[in-house]
Each structure stands twice: as C-alpha cells, then as structure tokens.
Design a protein around this ligand. Structure first.
Ligand code: FES
Length: 170
C-alpha cells in the first residue's frame, strides 16, 4: 500500500493476542507514536476511531509538534450490545474442532462462551465492528440470523447471542 499511495499505515492493537503479523501490539503512548510515525514535520495524520481515542492521539501528536491543521479525524460510536432479559432458556455451545461444550443463557455472547471453556478467539473491538473475531457457525441460530438458520455462516463471536444450540468451527 505504501508504494502505491505514499501513505504509511500503522496497525496497532492494544489487546493480546493477535495472530496478524502486521499488527503491533502496544498501548497508545507518546513513545509509541514517536517510534511508529517518526518525523512529523511534513505529515498529515488521519485517525478513524471513537472520540476518546481521537482525543488521546491528538493530545500526543500536538505535543510532538504536529500542527493542528494537519490532524484529520473521523469518529464513530461503538455499538452497544443489547442483551435480552433472561427467559430461563439455556443453549449448548459446541466448539466442534476443540471438542469442548458449554451451556449458556441467551444473554451470553459466543465470545464469552468460548472464554468459559478456554477456546481462543482473536479479538479487537469486542463490539462487532473490527471483524477480528469472525468464525464459522456450523449450526444453530443467533440473534443476528434469527430469520434464517444459515449453515456455515460467518459470524462475529463478540456480539452474537445464541437463540438455539450452536456449533462453531473452532
Ligand atoms: S472483536 Fe471486533 S468484531 Fe468482534
């Protein structure tokens, strides 16, 4: 991408672990930005993030000497997961390749279910936006696909709530 556009793209993840090699895992800091971005004299910086992250990045970069006019942003709000009130129903979540199962209620995400039995799922935002946690649902219905029990659907584990017993290809 850098050769085609002249843009330098830095992918930084603050939560472990990530299997993506191009991701740097670190917390946002002045030192990190200095190390990754380097000389700011001729830079324009573009940040797309929730407002809190934008404010934090901006604070660091302006302190490092970036002129405010060269700081460009687009903010978004992370969606809120609306969990249903418990109706007493329980669902078996089967991680097929691992051979592990757990029973949860309808307000427990599939990511939370995976953590209960120690099945690793890569994550990022944990709000359904970044798609780091996408896995293949082999069988069952979640609130995301209540209208159709689509076999082999690709779903985000962090915001999927079970509506039936589920089988996941993990
Ligand atoms: S962790 Fe980002 S979409 Fe699930």
């Amino acid at each position: 991408m850098e050769m085609q556009t002249g843009l330098k793209l830095h992918l930084i993840c603050n939560q472990a672990p990530s299997s993506r090699r191009e991701l740097v895992q670190a917390s946002l800091s002045h030192a990190l930005l200095e190390e990754r971005i380097g000389e700011l004299a001729d830079a324009d910086v573009y940040v797309c993030a929730p407002t809190g992250m934008i404010a934090a990045v901006k604070g660091h970069l302006l302190a490092m000497g970036l002129p405010e006019a060269r700081f460009h942003t687009e903010s978004f709000t992370l969606p809120t997961l609306i969990r249903p009130k418990s109706d007493g129903s329980r669902h078996s979540i089967h991680f097929v390749r691992s051979g592990l199962k757990v029973t949860v209620d309808g307000a427990t995400t599939l990511l939370e279910a995976s953590r209960q039995v120690g099945v690793h799922v890569p994550t990022g935002c944990e709000r359904g936006l970044c798609k780091a946690c996408v896995c293949t649902k082999v069988k069952g219905v979640t609130q995301q696909d209540e209208q159709s029990d689509i076999p082999l659907a690709r779903i985000t584990m962090c915001n999927s709530l079970p509506r039936s017993d589920i089988e996941i290809d993990l």
